[in-house]
Design a protein around this ligand. Structure first.
Ligand SMILES: [Mg+2]
Length: 414
């Protein structure tokens, strides 16, 4: 089997409402690039990468010079061909490698008639549990629905997601409003959802002192962990000295150099494995094995996914022996997907691991075309700008919090 073509398509898929975070927002849609890698036997493997547009599509097309003629089974050679870490100062292709790796594993799985998880060591569980991933949200500009700003709105949103999908773990994405307000939100969730577990992720923007204050104020709750409660390995180490809650990160342990530093001088107790940020499913399996050796916790991270990337998260989650924590997914905030059958569904807070050959998901051509059109209409959005606060930009540590008393009916798109 040899690669004969690589076809990228950037799509924009609508969200229920704009999702707010410490750097700005996801502006009412996810922009993703779907990559189809065709082999000489006619099979097509699927990959996915965050972001898109002409530059992303051109970057994938440029890889044709490297990869036409490559055997998709040769996954280790793939890494060295396009993402040699010592060349990364000039050619950082980790996320492209991830998308191509997904597609190659999809091709190999289809070729051999086995699901992707069988190529990662085999399936240890049939379903992967997920956290609810609660965001503060602006209202959908189209109809004003979906706002999450007040404590009552947040609790109602969490209860609704729990009723619809069965979540028993809830992650609050913070770093938007003043820490004292987000503390009140977090405690309100704990009170409203007795018996469920919680995690809080302010995307690394609180100061060390604020992080310690927040952590100490929630030590009595049923916490999985605090995720990036402050910035950096050194900052996490200082918080870890003073707070008796495990700390997690998806920002400062995202490669093997950083993992080594975190083993030698612990900062994060839980390493969040992202199939894109780490450069593929296989890199995550390797990182999980290191964590298993040193008894660090792991979970499956979400960097905003459509069904192709979600499938990689499910196959990874199926194959990791030391996965004891729920995964994260932005997925339930989406209105649709580009895969056949539309969005995969949650049952009891879990999604079934696909068992078909390869990734086990296929593209719906009509949906792909529709959301490629939507991308051409709307374009990309700046992840690090806030459509409700024109001109604003964050500092780290932050003191430029949004005002929870200010409602923004119509966030400016563009
Ligand atoms: Mg995070």
């Amino acid at each position: 089997m040899r690669i004969v073509d690589i076809r990228p398509t950037t799509v924009a898929v609508p969200l229920e409402a704009p999702l707010r975070h410490s750097n700005g927002a996801h502006w009412g849609r996810f922009v993703r690039t779907i990559v189809e890698v065709e082999a000489d036997n006619g099979l097509v493997g699927l990959g996915e990468m965050g972001g898109g547009g002409e530059s992303a599509e051109a970057a994938f097309r440029n890889l044709k010079d490297y990869l036409v003629g490559h055997d998709p089974l040769q996954l280790e050679a793939l890494r060295w061909k396009i993402a040699n870490p010592t060349a990364s100062l000039y050619n950082n292709r980790v996320q492209q490698l991830a998308a191509i790796e997904f597609a190659c594993i999809d091709l190999v799985g289809q070729h051999l008639g086995v699901p992707a998880h069988d190529l990662l060591g085999g399936r240890l569980r049939d379903e992967v549990p997920f956290a609810s991933y609660l965001f503060f949200r602006y209202p959908d500009p189209a109809d004003g629905s979906g706002e999450v700003r007040t404590i009552d709105q947040l609790v109602e949103h969490a209860r609704k997601l729990k009723a619809e999908h069965g979540f028993t773990v809830h992650k609050l994405k913070g770093g938007v409003f003043p820490p004292g307000y987000e503390l009140a939100c977090y405690r309100a969730l704990a009170e409203a959802l007795p018996g469920d577990r919680l995690r809080y992720d302010p995307n690394a923007v609180p100061s060390v002192e604020e992080a310690i204050r927040f952590g100490q104020a929630v030590e009595d709750l049923d916490n999985d962990y605090l995720e990036d409660p402050t910035w950096g390995l050194a900052g996490l180490r200082r918080v870890r000295e003073r707070v008796r809650i495990p700390l997690a990160t998806n920002t400062v342990v995202v490669d093997f150099e950083q993992l080594a530093a975190n083993v030698l001088q612990p900062a994060a107790d839980v390493v969040l494995l992202d199939t894109t940020f780490w450069g593929g499913m296989r890199a995550c399996v390797k990182a999980a094995a290191v964590c298993e050796t040193f008894q660090l916790g792991i979970a499956v991270h979400s960097s905003g996914e459509l069904g192709v990337q979600l499938a990689t998260m499910l196959h990874l989650g199926a194959a990791l022996p030391n996965l004891t924590l729920a995964a994260d997914a932005h997925y339930h905030h989406l209105r649709d997907d580009v895969i056949e059958g539309g969005k995969l569904s949650y049952t009891g807070g879990r999604i079934r691991v696909p068992t078909g050959p390869g990734l086990g998901v296929r593209l719906d051509r009509d949906r792909l075309a529709r959301y490629a059109d939507l991308y051409r209409e709307l374009g990309s959005y700046p992840y690090d700008r806030d459509p409700g606060r024109p001109g604003w930009y964050p500092l780290v540590p932050s003191d430029r919090w949004a005002d929870p008393l200010t409602a923004v009916d119509k966030p400016v798109d563009k």
